[in-house]
Write a protein that binds this ligand. Structure first.
Ligand SMILES: [Zn+2]
Length: 485
């Protein structure tokens, strides 16, 4: 089979679908009939980036053994609009099946197998290289001569507004953006009785939003595939891909100094600006300038810390767009104009009040020191920071409030401390980023695939999959040339 090897050499310039298809043909001769139909692609704006990037991927996909994903539970969810956040950290793929298609085709069924690691975008949207998702669609044909008219798939970003432009309008509440479409079979094809594999892959561009489910908006990635057989009901598959974003946590805690005029108090804080949804973070605080000597009045003033409270605030903003029907019409053209309403929401996801737990030193150069544990419990259901191009934004800030009261004592009698009746609230705000743990994942472009320089000067030996005879055929047969043309 000379052209098979030719295919192999051509593969670096080819798409990932074709590479995978050709590899499967070699490794599994019985699957030829399925993969002979090369998937054709419909270029969408989001996929054009992928086209270029995928060339570098093919080697690493084979170099790194695919991570076997835990399959989502197969239970049927009655309402696809109610999105359930998965609580298993290792289970990144949620499944949901539409209840509409009750009819089950008895001759074939469709499932999928994700081969790529969990979809985590590493870094900020501006400089993230995105996440790669690849897998196989498994069409289990249960009898011979099963004729398929066509087989397509698509991936959409589905945004569900919980406070839509017009309440109770499905079109105002739901917006979908197509990320990629696939045509696995475009013309009538007869399939034999076995499981046919159709590879698919997509690079989710780094600027795309991560999946989220917060009080204002749900963003999810809906994958769907549809097989239209000649006979019987359409076979459908609907799944969700959980896309996460992980911003790198700096190794050193952030250091910040705040001053509180007219007092002499200065707060020096060390804290982690990047924190994870379920974690405890240490916040180190030191207050200086709490002791002041009034030489003229022969007295000493003290600021005593009576209470400290902290809270972690989550702020959400989104723009709920109007559907075509509910958009105001342009008076001149009569066409619907683009209109949206800004929706905001805020909540406290963690907080604590403290009345003790700090070290106070009221000597002339005294200070107050403390270490605060800011815990983000699982039931806080913190939404990760997010910034979408549609105006959706989730941000967090840590707010620390301290109540200090003033006391004074004559320099001659330092033990005779008297309150002055003056109290102040010292308030500090710190921007923090809540982000997913990177886990063991590495951005796909930072993985170490075998690179060009690693290839030895001599051609690789075909010791494993490809019989030596095939290579001989390639170099000697004139038919090989024709096959490449
Ligand atoms: Zn509407």
């Amino acid at each position: 089979m000379p052209h098979r090897v030719v295919d192999f050499f051509r593969s670096p310039n080819d798409s990932i679908h074709n590479i995978k298809a050709s590899v499967q043909r070699r490794s599994n001769p019985s699957s030829r009939s399925a993969s002979r139909e090369r998937p054709t692609r419909h270029s969408s704006p989001a996929s054009s980036v992928f086209e270029a990037a995928v060339d570098h991927l093919q080697s690493q996909i084979y170099a790194a053994p695919p991570v076997k994903m835990a399959e989502p539970p197969k239970e049927k969810q009655k309402d696809t609009h109610s999105h359930h956040r998965l609580s298993f950290p290792s289970l990144h793929l949620g499944g949901s099946k539409s209840s509409k298609d009750q009819q089950v085709n008895p001759y074939a069924s469709l499932d999928w197998k994700i081969e790529s690691p969990p979809a985590v975008m590493h870094g900020e949207p501006e400089n993230s290289t995105g996440a790669l998702v690849s897998g196989q669609l498994l069409l289990d044909v249960k009898e011979d001569d099963f004729e398929v008219e066509n087989f397509t798939g698509k991936l959409e970003i589905h945004v569900i507004h919980k406070r839509p432009f017009t309440s109770h309008c499905h079109n105002c509440a739901n917006q979908t953006t197509e990320v990629k479409t696939w045509t696995f079979l475009s013309e009538p094809t007869i399939l034999s009785k076995r499981i046919h594999e159709f590879p698919f892959s997509v690079l989710l561009d780094g600027h795309l939003p991560a999946s989220t489910d917060n009080p204002l908006v749900t963003i999810r990635y809906d994958f769907s595939a549809e097989v239209t057989p000649r006979n019987g009901p359409v076979i459908k598959l609907a799944k969700n891909i959980d896309v996460k974003r992980s911003v790198q946590v700096p190794e050193q805690p952030h250091h910040s100094i705040r001053i509180f005029p007219p007092t002499n108090i200065a707060a020096s804080v060390h804290f982690s600006q990047v924190i994870h949804p379920i974690s405890t973070n240490t916040f180190n605080l030191r207050l200086d300038g709490i002791v002041k000597h009034n030489v003229d009045a022969k007295s000493v003033e003290y600021w005593k810390l009576k209470r400290l409270s902290w809270k972690l605030e989550e702020n959400m903003v989104t723009v709920a767009p109007a559907c075509e029907k509910h958009s105001p019409k342009d008076p001149e053209t009569g066409l619907p104009t683009k209109k949206g309403l800004k929706r905001t929401d805020a909540r406290t996801i963690a907080h604590a009040d403290m009345h003790s737990g700090w070290k106070s030193d009221y000597s002339p150069s005294g200070c107050i020191e403390m270490e605060i544990q800011c815990a983000l419990p699982p039931n806080a259901k913190a939404a990760c920071d997010l910034k979408g191009e549609d105006g959706t934004e989730v941000t967090h800030q840590l707010v620390v409030e301290m109540v200090v009261v003033q006391e004074y004592a004559p320099t001659a009698h330092p033990k005779h401390i008297t309150p002055t009746g003056v109290a102040r609230i010292l308030r500090m705000h710190f921007g923090v980023v809540i982000t997913e743990r990177a886990g063991l994942g590495v951005s796909w472009d930072n993985e170490a695939p075998p690179i060009y320089q690693d290839v030895p000067p001599s051609p690789p030996s075909y010791s494993c999959d490809i019989p030596y005879e095939s290579v001989e055929d390639l170099t000697l047969s004139p038919g090989a040339d024709e096959a490449t043309r």
